[in-house]
Ligand binder design. Structure first.
Ligand code: HEC
Ligand code: HEC
Length: 411
């Protein structure tokens, strides 16, 4: 009897010891991973961490992702009436590269949104109709557009489109450049539809993509279906496999120590993630940051009213949508007006506190853009982190030919 009681005592004591030790171990593990720290605490710790302390920076970077509840990127949502069917994507792909869409048959969407230039053009501002060539080589007598050409990578994740947010869906957006006088300058819907109906390959492809046992007589070639096909193609242009993405999914070795330090700046002292929020690195809204006409300090404020002209109200003046940052290193120059040529110039601008910080009379600048007091090292680290968002997949393939028989991409 006594032996039994002793045994029970012993087991109880052992039990308590094991529980306590386990609890202690978990707690220390938790502490070591900095999992419970806030972003402010991490920023403070970062100041005391030696530059080359790779393991410490790894822990801080993991902790900041946990503190900000960062999620991995998921597949984009496709609208119910346009589910990304392969027949539509293939058709949209060819339309995108086919200059038949433009009034004078010289320009395609890819003249300005080309894989070689990160699905943009590498120019300060796009060169419109009557331009020649594509991307940064595009030149000639073409009209200069009002704004910088945005990349179409990850456009499927953008709830608002155009720098001033005037379009909501890709289907709604796709027809705009076709009939815009400065862009593809197509004369009329009737002319566009007539042209496409005269090409057997398009009759066949539209019937397959949109018809139901319908004859290949071109009846499916409508404005709405043209827009749907282009949008279905655009939704497949996604960058989801950057070094950053692999890191988020657990691969510690994908980021350099410099990038880990830059990540801590991006979420912490830099306040970048307040608007460039992962996983898409934008918040889906517009804000005013006071972009000037050029990078030098003292340069005047850009006069583009942005969202102000869309809502016809003063309080929208100078508001532009937050661009996503995946592949941003490949799409210079930057901002709605292409004012900044390098990421270093962009970081310098934010470090000064945006337009307001540079002494410009900015209407309702967002409070998240304020003087940052970053060291030269932190600025370099931040740029380095932005490069971890570079695309690592092969470039999208340009078709060898398009159904119109015209030169692919345009002249
Ligand atoms: C002459 C150059 C040019 C051509 C050609 C062109 N675009 Fe654009 N694209 C631009 C510019 C510049 C903007 C930004 C305009 C603005 O924000 O006001 C833009 C914006 C866009 C956007 C919005 C992206 C975003 O994230 O806000 C989409 C989508 C787009 N274009 C698709 C197309 C499609 C599809 C075609 C062909 C039918 C096309 N573009 C042809 C220059 C061009
Ligand atoms: C208040 C929200 C906000 C904050 C905070 C913010 N940004 Fe931005 N960012 C924007 C907006 C809006 C634009 C576009 C402005 C324009 O074109 O006039 C932009 C543009 C950019 C661009 C240009 C992208 C392109 O494709 O042209 C980069 C790069 C960038 N931001 C990086 C950063 C970094 C780095 C930080 C932190 C130091 C930061 N941003 C903080 C809202 C913000």
């Amino acid at each position: 009897m006594r032996n039994r009681i002793n045994l029970i005592k012993l087991i109880s004591i052992l039990f308590v010891v094991i529980i306590t030790a386990g609890g202690l171990w978990t707690y220390r593990h938790f502490r070591a991973a900095n999992a419970s720290l806030t972003t402010e605490q991490i920023t403070a710790l970062a100041k005391k961490t030696p530059l080359d302390g790779q393991q410490s920076w790894l822990r801080l970077a993991r902790a900041v992702l946990a503190a900000e509840s960062v999620q991995a990127i998921a597949a984009p949502v496709e609208p119910l009436n346009n589910r990304g069917e392969a027949t539509r994507v293939e058709l949209g792909y060819l339309l995108f590269y086919d200059p038949i869409l433009s009034g004078d048959k010289t320009t395609s969407c890819a003249s300005c949104h080309h894989p070689d230039y990160g699905m943009a053009d590498g120019l300060k501002k796009g060169v419109g109709i009557a331009g020649r060539g594509y991307g940064a080589q595009r030149a000639g007598t073409g009209r200069e557009l009002q704004r910088n050409t945005p990349s179409l990578f990850n456009v499927a994740y953008n709830p608002i489109l155009f720098w001033d947010g005037r379009a909501g869906t890709l289907e709604e957006q796709a027809l705009e450049p076709i009939f815009n006088q400065d862009e593809l300058n197509q004369s009329s819907a009737a002319e566009l539809i007539k042209r496409l109906r005269s090409i057997p390959k398009y009759r066949e492809m539209f019937a397959k993509a949109f018809g139901f046992n319908s004859p290949q007589d071109g009846r499916e070639i409508t404005l709405q279906n043209i827009a749907r096909a282009i949008a279905a193609f655009e939704r497949k242009l996604n960058i989801t496999e950057t070094a950053y993405d692999h890191f988020v999914k657990g691969q510690d070795e994908r980021l350099t120590t410099e990038q880990l330090r830059g990540m801590v700046v991006f979420f912490g002292q830099g306040q970048c993630a307040a608007c460039h929020t992962p996983p898409h690195f934008h918040d889906g809204v517009l804000s005013s940051i006071g972009v000037p006409v050029s990078p030098e300090k003292g340069a005047p404020l850009d006069a583009d009213p942005g969202f102000g002209a869309v809502i016809r109200r003063q309080d929208g003046f100078g508001m532009f949508k937050t661009p996503g940052l995946r592949n941003v290193a490949g799409t210079a120059p930057y901002m709605h007006n292409g004012a900044f040529k390098t990421l270093e110039e962009v970081v310098e601008f934010y470090n000064d506190g945006g337009g307001l910080g540079r002494g410009l009379d900015v209407y309702s600048q967002d409070v998240q853009v304020a003087k940052l007091d970053l060291t030269e090292q932190q600025k370099k680290d931040l740029v380095s982190f932005l490069k971890s968002l570079n695309d690592t997949a092969p470039l999208p393939i340009v078709p060898a030919s398009v159904p119109s028989g015209l030169p692919v991409v345009g002249k």
